[in-house]
Design a protein around this ligand. Structure first.
Ligand SMILES: [Zn+2]
Length: 489
């Protein structure tokens, strides 16, 4: 038997196996009249895109006794994605007798598609050398694949609005690109990179990639710094500095007609550059937008009025977590209060244009050393840790710590602590226990201005009520403190 004979036998074997084992998915050739899947009604959110790709034979469905169906809610496997992307690029499967991945046999229905996608440098294998063809594709992986497959580019790969996409996220440039091009969106302010992508979602994003007329322009651009608020809808803001001048016009050359104190609430009539027009003493006055923040969570407004935090890297640390509940009293766990306040704070800081890194975003327990590393390794500009106190039932109030023993930025840390302390005391009417110099691991061994805030005493009935009901206000107070600190730099 010559080599040629063996080769032709192997080839026949592959062809035969492909016919036998290939699932119906992605295999059906459809004509324009028969693109409808029985599980995709015309009102289904992705029906237009699914039918578009089906009419181009880029996607197929499954078949059962009732006919063809698409299974839009099913997650997409990596093998399916490889075939869809290769089909969309009008590529043919690579011919191969031996695959490069130990977990992709030559008999795998998508082996040729996977090989082609890897040859074109569109898909990577895993670091351990496997490909995991039947595992689900994540939303993060999807962004990288679409960007690489179709050579998508944008000017600024840092521009994206998602609170869960961190500055060092490997998918961030790809998420930013797809977001700006109107191809991929998130879920509100989150992108959920690690979530498996559904077949429907992938169909929509692939359609928008191929045909720009399907794209959806991002709702808000966080590049905008001078968005005008319609006169009809007034916004409420809070003063974040000790004394804020109110002027007769939108410039520092205009006459000072009055002053507002820390924590004052004002109605904003309109924005004019860096000046806000406010209702003041039955007339109109102007205040600098650098010293006001939003009131009651209108984050879009925060974002457009304060530039001091732009591009700052801020590490937020929710104390305790996981196996370590912290202090517990009256059914309240310190770890839950701190996480909740940190999440509310994260939104505000991110909306102001900073890059936020959380030491934890769920009920987990990073060690103190790990928290320090997260801050140091990401080159954080400031570090804010949130805790809750306990003591006798009469002990009450807020205290904020910085460290001067080892922290090289302790003078700055002290200033930051003072601003945050002042805001919490003012907004939540807390007893002022003061700013204190103390060794706590997370503020001692971090290398940037670092503070640890004890919001109040869970063991005191008045403090406990605020800790239960006023978390949004705590977050706002800390945010205002950070803002005030930056504005004085
Ligand atoms: Zn604690």
């Amino acid at each position: 038997m010559g080599k040629r004979f063996i080769f032709s036998k192997v080839l026949m074997f592959i062809v035969l196996i492909t016919i036998i084992v290939a699932p119906p998915i992605n295999q059906r050739k459809v004509s324009a009249e028969t693109t409808d899947f029985y599980d995709i009604s015309s009102s289904y959110w992705a029906s237009t895109e699914i039918n578009y790709l089906s009419s181009l034979s880029i996607i197929g469905g499954y078949e059962d006794l009732k006919g063809y169906f698409f299974a839009p809610e099913k997650t997409l496997t990596r093998a399916e994605a490889a075939k869809m992307v290769m089909s969309a690029k009008k590529e043919k499967p690579a011919l191969l007798s031996k695959t490069r991945f130990p977990d992709v046999s030559e008999k795998h229905w998508a082996a040729g598609w996977i090989e082609k996608a890897v040859q074109l440098n569109i898909f990577d294998g895993n670091p351990d050398g496997t490909f995991a063809p039947d595992e689900s594709l994540t939303r993060g992986q999807m962004t990288k694949i679409l960007v690489k497959a179709f050579g998508l580019t944008v000017e600024n790969q840092q521009n994206e609005p998602f609170v869960d996409v961190y500055i060092n996220d490997e998918f961030r440039p790809y998420i930013s690109t797809l977001y700006q091009l109107g191809i991929a969106s998130g879920y509100g302010d989150r992108f959920n990179s690690k979530q498996n992508i559904k077949r429907s979602e992938f169909a929509v994003f692939l359609t928008r990639t191929l045909n720009p007329s399907y794209r959806k322009k991002p709702a808000t651009s966080n590049q905008s710094t001078q968005k005008t608020i319609p006169a009809a809808s007034t916004k409420t803001a809070r003063v974040t500095t000790d004394v804020l001048n109110v002027r007769s016009g939108p410039s520092t050359n205009d006459e000072v007609i009055g002053q507002l104190s820390l924590g004052s609430v004002v109605n904003i009539y309109s924005l004019n550059g860096n000046w806000a027009e406010i209702f003041y003493k039955n007339g109109v006055g102007y205040i600098s937008t650098s010293y006001i923040s939003t009131y009651s969570g209108t984050s879009e407004f925060t974002q457009t009025t304060n530039n001091a935090l732009k591009n700052q890297v801020i590490v937020l640390d929710a104390g305790h977590g996981g196996k370590d509940p912290g202090t517990t009293e009256n059914g309240m766990y310190e770890k839950d209060i701190t996480l909740n306040v940190i999440e509310l704070l994260e939104k505000k800081v991110k909306a102001a244009g900073a890059k936020v890194i959380l030491t934890r975003n769920s009920d987990t327990f990073p060690t103190l050393d790990e928290r320090v590393k997260i801050a140091n390794q990401n080159g954080a500009d400031i570090f804010v840790s949130v805790h809750v106190n306990s003591g006798s039932s009469s002990a009450t109030g807020t205290e904020t710590f910085y460290d001067s023993s080892k922290n090289p930025q302790s003078e700055e840390g002290k200033k930051l602590a003072a601003e945050i302390q002042k805001q919490i005391v003012s907004l939540l009417k807390m007893k002022d226990r003061g700013v204190k110099n103390e060794r706590y691991q997370v503020i001692t061994y971090t290398k940037m201005p670092s503070v640890l805030v004890e919001l109040g005493f869970v063991t005191n009935s008045e403090d406990a009520k605020k800790l239960a009901d006023q978390r949004e206000l705590y977050a706002e107070a800390i945010y205002n403190g950070i803002l005030a600190y930056y504005n004085k730099k």
